[in-house]
Write a protein that binds this ligand. Structure first.
Ligand code: GLN
Length: 435
């Protein structure tokens, strides 16, 4: 059976794909033998790329995003576009007019979001596969942990975003998912580094991510605010179990405090929505995607297209985001949120003077059931991100690695390191994987 036929067979069962690429022949390089899936918000030449939104339906990029071009150059086979929450707006991958992927460990439960399709496919692939995914506030870590795979969110600026359909530019990071730490590290090396099309990429030294060390002598900090209230005790038990094993391998463990954690959700959602509300302004039915018969004046036309093409969640974010940056409210909301963000960065910088890696649960609970999600208010959706938004605001690298099970569902351990220290988080993740 061909690779693409196998992907289609699995997709019929788990619903992770928005569009398929054309069959291509195998090239040579670091990814030779690997299928590469691409989150729907990353452009692939000749394949519909719509970031999970109806407003981009029919948009076929005439170019490859840099991460896609780099994957092809190393022999990776691009297989298609994985489903996601519209523009990345969500935590359960249910905010989409397209397929809602099913958790491979229990089809009644969410894969997590917004890169749910990527995590689902990574978990079920019975062939060599790596996934291009993207995180703004936790969209790699959350689904990777709920589906029981490895996810790397690199330092902000490590990976080119040329060809990414953006959500919030000061937060967006392209990263990877894979079944093992080694494969994820290898793939991160392939897509990282300078790009003449993206001047925001850091010109910092790039280590060989696959040369991981041991955890012997590693200083691991446990952030007090990430445990206890709100975290399922069964999840916490698994997390502590794996931390104790790292200790038995020579790591030292100490408790730390990140006191501004309690402000991270409000700061994140104000900044993310403010940026999203301006980014979405370009989708007006003229240049990209959805078009309708032109009637009335331009405002009437734009309203019609946007009413039809954007979901309620996208509209909510446009309204809230526009509000927080309006004259008169800007100081009280948007600028305040930026100040809080600086405090959060300082919190991390302070602890990373004393430790190498922070370890915490990736998500406070295991993947919830769809019937539970249906009962949640939007604000309760946002609250689910409590453990992932702070490191995303700070732009530090993070790796989630499976560390056990609770109620038969996978639990992820979140390993966070200082800017550009992906390798330290990877060392710790490898230690957990070998447990
Ligand atoms: N759940 C968060 C949000 O809705 C993060 C999503 C993401 O990282 N794209 O904004």
């Amino acid at each position: 059976m061909s690779l693409l036929d196998r992907v289609k067979e699995l997709d019929a069962k788990y619903r992770f794909m928005n569009a398929y690429a054309r069959e291509e022949s195998q090239g040579k390089g670091l990814l030779s033998g690997y299928a590469v899936s691409v989150k729907d918000n990353v452009c692939v030449k000749g394949v519909e790329s719509k970031a999970g939104s109806k407003i981009l339906e029919g948009y076929i990029p005439p170019f490859d995003a840099t991460v896609v071009a780099k994957s092809r150059a190393e022999g990776g086979i691009i297989i298609g576009k994985t489903t996601q929450d519209e523009f990345g707006f969500g935590t359960f991958n249910v905010n989409t007019p397209y397929k809602v992927p099913l958790n491979p460990h229990d089809p009644e439960r969410s894969t997590g979001g917004s890169s749910g399709g990527a995590a689902c496919l990574t978990a079920v692939a019975d062939f060599q596969h790596v996934a291009i995914s993207e995180s703004t506030g936790g969209s790699i870590s959350c689904p990777a942990s709920w589906c029981g795979v490895v996810g790397i969110t690199p330092t902000y600026g490590r990976v080119s975003r040329w060809g990414l359909i953006d959500y919030a530019n000061s937060l967006d990071k392209i990263g990877v998912m894979a079944k093992t730490v080694k494969e994820a590290a290898l793939f991160l090396g392939v897509i990282s580094g300078p790009d003449k099309y993206d001047s925001t990429v850091l010109k910092a030294h790039m280590p060989d991510y696959t040369r991981m060390g041991s955890v012997d002598g590693m200083r691991i900090g446990i952030p007090r605010e990430y445990l206890g209230e709100g975290v399922d005790p069964k999840v916490e038990e698994q997390v502590w179990g794996s931390i104790k094993k790292l200790e038995s391998k020579g790591a030292s463990i100490s408790e730390m405090s990140l006191p501004h954690t309690k402000y991270s959700l409000s700061s994140y959602y104000i900044i993310a929505m403010a940026e999203a509300s301006t980014n979405l302004a370009k989708f007006s039915g003229l240049r990209y995607g959805l078009q309708m018969p032109i009637e009335g004046d331009f405002n009437q036309y734009f309203s019609k297209v946007r009413t039809e093409g954007l979901s309620d969640e996208a509209k909510r974010r446009i309204m809230l985001g526009s509000f927080t940056r309006m004259a008169g409210y800007r100081d009280a909301y948007y600028l305040k949120a930026l100040k809080v963000r600086t405090k959060i960065i300082e919190n991390f910088k302070r602890v990373f003077k004393k430790i190498d890696v922070l370890a915490a649960p990736t998500m406070p609970v295991v993947a919830p059931r769809f019937d539970e999600i249906a009962k949640l208010e939007p604000i309760q959706h946002y609250m689910m991100d409590i453990l992932t938004v702070a490191p995303n605001l700070a732009g530090i690298p993070m790796v989630t690695v499976p560390c056990g099970e609770a109620d038969g569902m996978p639990v992820g351990l979140h390993l966070m390191a200082d800017h550009l220290n992906e390798i330290k988080a990877l060392d710790a993740a490898l230690g957990v994987e070998q447990n």
